[in-house]
Every structure is written in C-alpha cells, then in structure tokens.
Design a protein around this ligand. Structure first.
Ligand code: FAD
Length: 533
C-alpha cells in the first residue's frame, strides 16, 4: 500500500499528530507514550526498568481494598535504591513533573499506593528476602542489636532472617506479609504496641529518598526532622529504602490465651489492667467483639476447637455480643513449663472473664506471629481474598470507649448483623514519640478499633455506609477519635486529622517534597504545595 502524501499538511498538524500517535520502543515493543510522562525518561539509564505495558500497569491499578482503581502511566521495577532516586530526580527537575508512589505490597485499602497517570515504584523488585537487603548487626557499649532491612522487605522475611541469630523485632503487625516501608509509613500496630510502642517507635535509622531525589540517612541524631516526619508520614516526605529496626532476644514458645467476657466494662477494665502491668503482665494484649452471627473462628486465626466454638457461640447467642480478650506470654524453650503456668495462673486470677471460658494454646513463636497467614491461604483457596475490603481503623480515647461500645457495637454493628473481625485493644500514648507524624487521640490510653470486613456478596457500599454511620456517630457525640491509615477527601479533613501537627506536616512537605510528587494516592497534597497553605 502506498504511503499517503503529507507534504500538503500544515507542520503544526503533523507535529500534533505525531505527538498523539507517538510510539516508542520500550523493551523491544511498540507502545503509545503516555502523555503524562516526559519522553526524556527514555534517556535515563533506568529506561529498561520502566514498564508501560497495560498488562504491567494493570497490576498496580488497585490494592487489597479493591475500592479504588487508577492506572499509573508506568511502573518502575528498580534493581537498586539508586534507580528510584534517578526517577525522582528526573521528575523533580522536569518541566513536566509526574507523581511517584512507592508500592510496598499493595495492602492499602483506599488507593494510598496508587499513582494515577504517574509512576508506581514496585518496591518488591528490590528483592524480597534478598540476603544483602536484611542484615543483623549490633553496637557495643551499650549492647544494642538491630536489623537493617530494605523498605521493600516483608516482615515475615525479617522475622525469619533475624531468628537465625536468635533475635527478633519487638513490635509487630498481626499480619506479616506487609512491607517495612509500608507499615513504617503508617505506624505498625499489634498487641505488643502497649509495651514497646508501634513499629515506628522501634526504628533507629532510615535511608530515605526525598521528593527532590536526595538520598538521606536520618535518625534521632541526624536530620531528625526527616526521620520523625517519615515515621507515620504516609509516604509524603520520602521513600524508605532501609530501616534499622530494634531487636530483642527471640522467645521460642508462646502460651496463647483467649478469655471470654459478657460485659464490655469488665473486658476493657481487664485490658487496661494488663497494659498497665507492662512486663509483669502479658507480652501481647488484644481483643475482639464476637457476635452470635459471627463465626467464632474467623479467618484471622483458628484458635478454638469445634467444641469450644460451640460453647462460645451459645454464650454469644444468649448475650448478642460478647468480648474476647487475647493475651500471650512468651517464653524460652528452656524455661520451666511450671513457671509459665504459674505466671499465667496468677494473671488469670486477677481477671474477671466468665468462669469456664478461658482457653489456652501453646504454639511456637513463629506460629503465633504468623497466625493470620493460614486464614489468608484458606480464603485465597475459596476465592475470598481478592474481594472488596471496606475496612475502618480508628483510635478511640479511653474516656469515650464505653460510649463507643454502646453507640457503635450495640447501636450500629449488631442491628446490621455485621460480620467480620472487629478488633479492640488499648495502647499507651507515651510509647509514641510526639515528633513522629503519626497522630493519636489526646489521651494517655486509647483503643485501636479495627473493623476488618470483607464484602463477599457485593455489599461493600452497604458496609461503607455503616463506616460513615460510625464516623458520623463519633462526630455527633464529640468523640475525639483519629483514623488509623486515614482516608480523607478534603484538605480541611486532613488539617483536622493532623491537628496541631498539621503546620509541621506542611512545612516538611515544602522542605522535602515541594512539588508534591510522592504518594499521591493519600490525596493530602493534590497539586503544587503552594495551593495548600
Ligand atoms: P502499601 O499499601 O503498598 O503502601 C502504603 C503507603 O505507604 C502508600 O502510600 C505507599 O505509597 C507508601 N509506601 C509504601 N512503601 C513505602 C516506602 N518504602 N517508603 C515510603 N512510603 C512507602 N496494619 C497494622 O498496623 N497492624 C496490623 O495488624 C495490620 N494488619 C493487616 C492485615 C492485612 C490482611 C492487611 C491487608 C493490612 C494490615 N495492616 C495492618 C495495614 C498495613 O499496615 C497497611 O496496609 C500498610 O500500608 C502496609 O501495607 P504495604 O506494605 O502493602 O504498603
């Protein structure tokens, strides 16, 4: 076929057409060039690690929540932190800057790790479990053990690597297939937080790539503004490529207890007693709401035998809602079993659970920490893992937790026959360094409430409406809660969320990511920073 003669067309038309239809060769294939990215990206050494293929970008267009969807223009699969820095520097200095989101494992709920029209950095390509990206060392005088872990590393891999040295991090999340950079950008909370603080309170040093593409090592002593800003900073000031995390000698076994309560007041009083006992009490304290229509053994762990499940179900049916306090005592294999029994016995004596409703298991430390993974495997096999997850996590001040129980558990969840895990456990504010970006209620003790519901019957909108009802109830009642892994649509809400930390947060953004390139999926700074102050 003859080529059309274009000599009669105006040059501007030819330029426009050639721009629109511009095809470039990436990894040997012809792809349309995304209009949101400058073509100069192709001149960088990292061009070969940039994927434009819709099949590649599709995998980075949503997250665990399955509620938000937006495709990036490209995905960077870095082989080293330098590659990420090169990408950020290029965007920062380009007349056409583009957004960049580090994606840990994509376990966000509301698109926080998406980069619509920008570039998602697939942190996993730095190498999960790569030996040179997780290394255990120590400092002398005083003796301090720590692990240097890449921001992309999964906590499960950090656990296995540190255990080779008989050591382990002190503070965890309930689920370990999350990344170091992802949880440190939020807080990282679980039943150890009352004692050791959240994961962000257990970091000595960070390597961070700022929104200008600078690679900075920061700590309490060096660039402390960046260090504390990044901890709980929702990815706004830099991409964490290494974290130095505190370790302790690892226990080997865990005596794991679940105690059932029919009254919330005794349940929460006992939880508060236990967290006040620090190392004299449990090593881990959590709790949950069980309703008669809820599976007692849910996906988050199979703990109860069939007989005990039936027994508990009976109690739940009688009371409508009951509460399960969960505790754990860690011990070393060489410890005398009788000592562990005695400690547990003394602790249980002080608590007011329903007589006959204390259940104990003895498991390995790894089995305990990795307890949620079995549930994931089961749900995946049933096709129930990749479904919408309209989760809501909030921190509620202790002074209002009884009101919350009445208004939310009894007033909203029970009448709606809500199913899915509902976590309830207290934490202590003084374990959270105030300079960190993460925000908590203004009370010394506050509760972490996690409504971890899955929409398996196309009902995610109904569940999300319930979430709105819960937040609406808290607002009406003047409960000064804070969202954990927050999701807000307006600048005003973000300002309220950060409260007295907001001005510092904005100032930090101006200092370290003035073009608002990083983690756009959080939707805090949606355009040039000067529009927001
Ligand atoms: P992503 O979702 O990929 O990213 C989260 C945010 O951090 C994004 O804004 C992203 O751009 C940014 N980010 C990612 N990596 C980096 C990096 N290296 N540097 C800077 N910014 C980065 N949380 C708890 O605290 N406790 C729990 O017990 C807990 N259990 C969970 C169980 C399940 C099944 C799931 C799905 C989530 C759970 N979470 C829990 C929430 C979890 O902490 C968040 O999803 C968190 O975002 C970590 O997920 P991720 O590593 O996949 O990060």
């Amino acid at each position: 076929m003859a080529l059309p003669n274009i000599s009669h067309l105006p040059p501007s038309f030819i330029v426009a057409v050639s721009l629109v239809t511009s095809l470039i060769s990436i990894v040997g294939q012809l792809r349309p060039w995304p209009p949101t990215l400058p073509q100069g990206l192709l001149t960088l050494d990292i061009a070969g690690e940039v994927l434009l293929d819709p099949d590649a970008t599709a995998g980075f267009s949503t997250d665990f929540g399955c509620l938000a969807r937006a495709a990036p223009a490209a995905v960077l699969r870095p082989s080293a932190p330098d590659d990420i820095a090169a990408l950020v520097r290029f965007s920062y200095s380009s007349p056409q800057p583009f957004a960049i989101a580090a994606r840990g494992h994509g376990h966000s709920i509301r698109g926080q790790a998406l980069a619509p029209g920008g570039v998602v950095v697939d942190m996993a390509s730095l190498g999960h479990g790569r030996a040179d990206r997780i290394s255990v060392s120590f400092d002398n005088a005083p003796l301090v053990w720590y692990v240097d872990a890449g921001g992309e590393q999964l906590w499960i891999d950090v656990l296995h690597e540190t255990l080779k040295h008989g050591l382990a991090p002190r503070s965890w999340t309930d689920y370990l297939y999350l990344t170091v950079g992802g949880t440190l950008s939020n807080a990282g909370v679980s039943g150890q937080a009352f004692r050791h603080g959240p994961q962000i309170s257990n970091v000595y040093e960070l390597d961070v790539i700022t929104g200008k593409g600078e690679m900075i090592t920061c700590s309490h002593e060096n660039k402390s503004d960046l260090f504390y800003g990044v901890l709980g900073g929702l990815g706004q000031f830099g991409i964490i490529t290494r974290a130095r995390i505190a370790l302790e000698p690892a226990p080997q076994r865990v005596r794991w207890v679940r105690l059932i309560y029919t009254h919330f007041v005794s349940f929460s009083r006992d939880q508060e007693l236990l967290i006040s006992m620090m190392d004299q009490g449990f090593d881990y304290v959590e709790g949950s709401l069980l309703m008669d229509h809820t599976l007692i053994t849910n996906w988050r762990s199979s703990f109860f035998s069939k007989t005990n499940s039936e027994k508990i179900r009976g109690l739940a049916a009688e009371f409508g809602a009951i509460y399960c306090l969960e505790g754990a005592v860690y011990y070393h294999e060489l410890a005398m079993a009788s000592r562990v029994d005695q400690k547990l016995h003394l602790l249980l004596q002080r608590l007011s659970f329903v007589p006959g409703f204390a259940f104990t298991n003895d498991v390995s430390y790894v089995g305990f920490l990795d307890r949620v993974h079995d549930g994931e495997v089961k749900l995946r096999s049933m096709g129930l893992w990749e479904v919408p997850h309209p989760w809501l996590n909030i921190f509620v001040p202790k002074s209002r937790i009884q009101d919350f129980e009445v208004g939310v558990f009894k007033g909203i969840l029970m009448p709606n026959n809500s199913t899915g895990p509902v976590l309830i456990y207290p934490m202590i504010k003084n374990k959270w360094h105030d300079e960190m970006s993460a925000v908590t209620p203004d009370e010394e003790v506050f509760y972490s409430i996690g409504l971890l519901r899955s929409a398996i019957t196309d009902d995610w909108q109904d569940l999300d409406n319930q979430n709105d009802d819960i937040l609406g109830f808290c607002h009406r009642e003047g409960i000064q809660f804070k969202q954990y892994m927050p999701h807000y649509a307006s600048q005003r809400d973000w300002k309220n969320h950060f409260g007295r930390k907001w001005d510092t947060f904005v100032e930090m953004k101006r200092r370290y990511d003035p073009k608002a390139l990083l983690s756009p999926g959080q939707r805090i700074f949606t355009s040039s920073l000067t529009d927001h102050v």
